[in-house]
Write a protein that binds this ligand. Structure first.
Ligand SMILES: O=P(O)(O)OC[C@H]1O[C@H](OP(=O)(O)OP(=O)(O)O)[C@H](O)[C@@H]1O
Ligand SMILES: O=c1cc[nH]c(=O)[nH]1
Ligand SMILES: [Mg+2]
Length: 212
């Protein structure tokens, strides 16, 4: 598994405001959206393209366009929804599938409550959106599901990742041949006793959708 923590001053600037507990939900949503677009630029570096020829007003020019089948973007509900617009701004022709997953706050085990994905993902590049990679249980289950449906490669885009979660993912896919990548704005220090990322930004779903 490859991990990329995007090192860019604009990413660091926006992430700092996102962490700040004084940042309100509307600002949090806007910053998450902007951050995803910056991360998506790095995350799509290997997106497949096909050569095309287009007429300019003067001559024919060689270029590229996104290859078929188009990439699949998969936000993990609820918090991942806050990343969808920022991603599709960069990949407007991508198909979008949905996974609803919730982590039990006691056991920290992830449960899937909704799946709306193409059955066959053969030949598809998949981009999974989830702001928080904590224990890694949620993303491990999501990535496994996509690989079992035939995805050729899976890139998870996160705002924050914990070292414990990255380690868990690294150990989870030894039987999977599809390349797996994680692109994140930062790798934080550790998880606390409740499985929250430290220093983190709190509960991403609550901060996006106004519970706090
Ligand atoms: O790496 P893990 O330990 O599995 O934890 C991370 C998951 O927890 C959060 O979702 P949550 O279960 O709070 O659901 P929500 O998006 O509906 O708030 C977060 O958005 C991730 O999906
Ligand atoms: O720090 C964390 C961990 C899991 N889910 C969150 O929203 N935040
Ligand atoms: Mg939550």
């Amino acid at each position: 598994m490859q991990t990329l923590a995007v090192d860019h001053p604009l990413v660091a600037h926006k992430l700092t405001t996102l962490r700040d507990s004084r940042t309100d939900s509307p600002t949090f949503r806007r910053l998450a959206d902007e951050l995803v677009t910056l991360l998506a630029y790095e995350a799509t570096r290997d997106v497949r393209v096909a050569e095309v020829t287009v007429p300019t007003p003067l001559v024919e020019a060689e270029g590229v366009q996104l290859a078929s089948p188009k990439p699949l973007v998969v936000p993990i509900l609820r918090a991942g929804l806050g990343m969808l617009d920022g991603m599709t701004r960069l990949l407007p022709t991508a198909e979008v599938g949905f996974l609803g997953m919730i982590r039990d706050e006691g056991s920290l085990q992830a449960q899937t409550y909704a799946t709306r994905l193409p059955d066959d993902l053969s030949g598809r590049q998949c981009y999974v959106l989830d702001p928080m990679l904590a224990t890694g249980g949620t993303l491990a289950a999501a990535i496994r599901l996509l690989c079992e449906r035939g995805a050729t490669d899976v890139t998870a885009i996160c705002l924050l990742a914990a070292p414990e979660g990255l380690k868990h993912l690294e150990q989870s896919f030894t039987d999977i041949t599809a390349p797996v990548r994680v692109v994140t704005a930062a790798i934080d220090s550790h998880l606390d006793e409740n499985g929250f990322i430290v220093p983190g930004l709190g509960d991403a779903g609550d901060r996006l959708y106004g519970v706090v």
